[in-house]
Design a protein around this ligand. Structure first.
Ligand SMILES: Nc1ncnc2c1ncn2[C@@H]1O[C@H](COP(=O)(O)OP(=O)(O)OP(=O)(O)O)[C@@H](O)[C@H]1O
Ligand SMILES: [Mg+2]
Length: 442
């Protein structure tokens, strides 16, 4: 090997890094005998000794290794980059976006839980806790579009309700419906719609055949679909069941929306879904949405709703959809106190803007058992008078006229049950006259 002049070695020196070279030279220096000049002086080296060749080979070897190493490292890096981009990056970004979504979902669930548990939370009075004001007062209240004007312009929609069971809701609802349907027939007016919103389905079994009331396997009753939003206004006017025909009723313009026990299941589901939802449809206005629809409003002259004895989802929907509330009650101590409680609850709902426009149509009392007034004992008369006072006091204390206690309205009970006669109230002259100029709803 000619060591006197090594162009390869020189050019190699030019490209090899200073650090590598210095390192190599230092290594060589340790082994070498003399100091090795380089750079320009490299050409002048006369005595090329073994150590220089060794250095040259070392440097060349180092250079080759470096280049090969650089290429390999470069290739490895490229391969790593490709692997990262193709396999690892999608996994990382999927994981990151899943984590982000989880955080968002967690926050959403947290808000839902707070809303749900907040709705049923107890009221904290510092020293003690008491039950809260009721979940149907939950904010926000999202009424349907044009709710107020729709209600003002609506045909009469009466809900017959009372949270005390057995007060005569179904008896009054069915008989009122029959009465108005007979009136519609003689006046050539539009038909009446009776909606059974009590999962017990008592009004339905009075008014329609079993096969019209009881839904087939895996089907909902009509009231259920009405309350859960699966029935459109068009379907309602088309599919409402005609009243059962009998000796006295044939072709009476009265349609029924029958209810069955599946309604209770739907009510629970709807209530829970609504409580633990956020910014979704306000379930309280589902019925209003359908009953205020022009299709329903133009088909019927009046709608009567039989409510259940609890503030269920269907009951709150009925209060929100109705123009008037009629409260039937037994004239005894417990029932008359329950009337006060119910009036207070409705007032609270009105104040909370849940059903602010519903009007009280009246409170109708009856005395179970002997209907012959003449055979009442003094004690019985006094008990009835006390119950009536409780009712009128309640009306007064909630700024309603005490005339709304419909003292003279007596249901001719025996005539109606199951035959739906329609001659509804014993016509006490004053009663009809008074009702005629109030609200024009009777
Ligand atoms: N005006 C009335 N005169 C006499 N009896 C009546 C009158 N209204 C209802 N009743 C009787 O009271 C009972 C309960 O009536 P009804 O089923 O109408 O009450 P309800 O409030 O609908 O009950 P629930 O809360 O279970 O739905 C019935 O068996 C009926 O016989
Ligand atoms: Mg009933």
């Amino acid at each position: 090997m000619n060591c006197a002049y090594q162009p390869n070695f020189r050019s190699a020196l030019q490209i090899v890094s200073q650090t590598t070279l210095e390192k190599t030279v230092l290594q060589c220096k340790n082994q070498a005998v003399a100091y090795i000049p380089w750079g320009d002086k490299m050409d002048n080296i006369q005595n090329c000794t073994t150590w220089f060749c060794k250095l040259q080979v070392a440097v060349q070897k180092d250079l080759t290794i470096s280049i090969v190493a650089a290429v390999i490292i470069g290739l490895i890096l490229l391969a790593l980059g490709a692997i990262l981009r193709k396999f690892i990056w999608p996994v990382i970004s999927k994981w990151a976006s899943r984590k982000k979504n989880l955080i968002i979902e967690n926050e959403r669930l947290d808000r839902k839980l707070k809303r749900g548990f907040g709705a049923v939370a107890q009221a904290d009075h510092g020293t003690h806790k008491s039950e809260g004001s009721g979940l149907w007062l939950t904010k926000p209240v999202t009424q349907t579009k044009n709710y107020r004007t729709d209600l003002i312009d609506s045909i009469p929609i009466w809900v017959i309700a009372n949270l005390k069971g057995g007060g005569g809701k179904t008896t009054n609802a069915t008989n009122l419906a029959a009465y108005y349907a007979m009136k519609a027939e003689t006046d050539c007016a539009k038909p009446v719609l009776l909606i059974d919103l009590d999962y017990q389905g008592s009004a339905s079994s009075m008014c329609v055949e079993d096969n019209q009331q009881i839904p087939g396997d895996s089907f909902n009753s009509m009231a259920t679909d009405l309350v859960n939003g699966q029935l459109t206004a068009a379907e309602l006017v088309q599919n409402a069941k005609p009243v059962r025909k009998n000796d006295m009723i044939d072709g009476l313009p009265l349609d029924i929306v029958p209810a069955y026990y599946d309604l209770a299941l739907a009510e629970n589901r709807l209530m829970i879904e609504w409580l633990f939802s956020e910014n979704e449809k306000d379930i309280r206005y589902q019925l209003a949405n359908i009953l205020h629809d022009p299709l329903v409003q133009s088909k019927y002259s009046r709608i009567i709703i039989d409510a259940p004895p609890r503030l269920t989802t269907a009951c709150i929907q009925a209060l929100c959809a109705s123009t008037h509330l009629l409260i039937p009650t037994i004239l005894d101590k417990l029932s008359s106190e329950a009337v006060s409680t119910f009036i207070k609850q409705v007032k609270d709902l009105q104040k909370a803007e849940v059903c602010p426009y519903i009007k009280f149509a009246g409170v109708i009392g009856y005395r179970p058992g002997d209907t012959d007034e003449g055979r009442l004992t003094n004690a019985e008369r006094q008990a009835i008078a006390r119950a009536e006072n409780t009712i009128t006091d309640a009306l007064r204390s909630y700024q309603e006229s005490e005339d709304l206690y419909l003292k003279d309205a007596k249901l001719v009970y025996n005539k109606f049950l199951s035959i739906m006669c329609g001659e509804f109230y014993r016509d006490s002259k004053n009663f009809w006259k008074r009702r005629a100029h109030e609200q024009c709803i009777w």
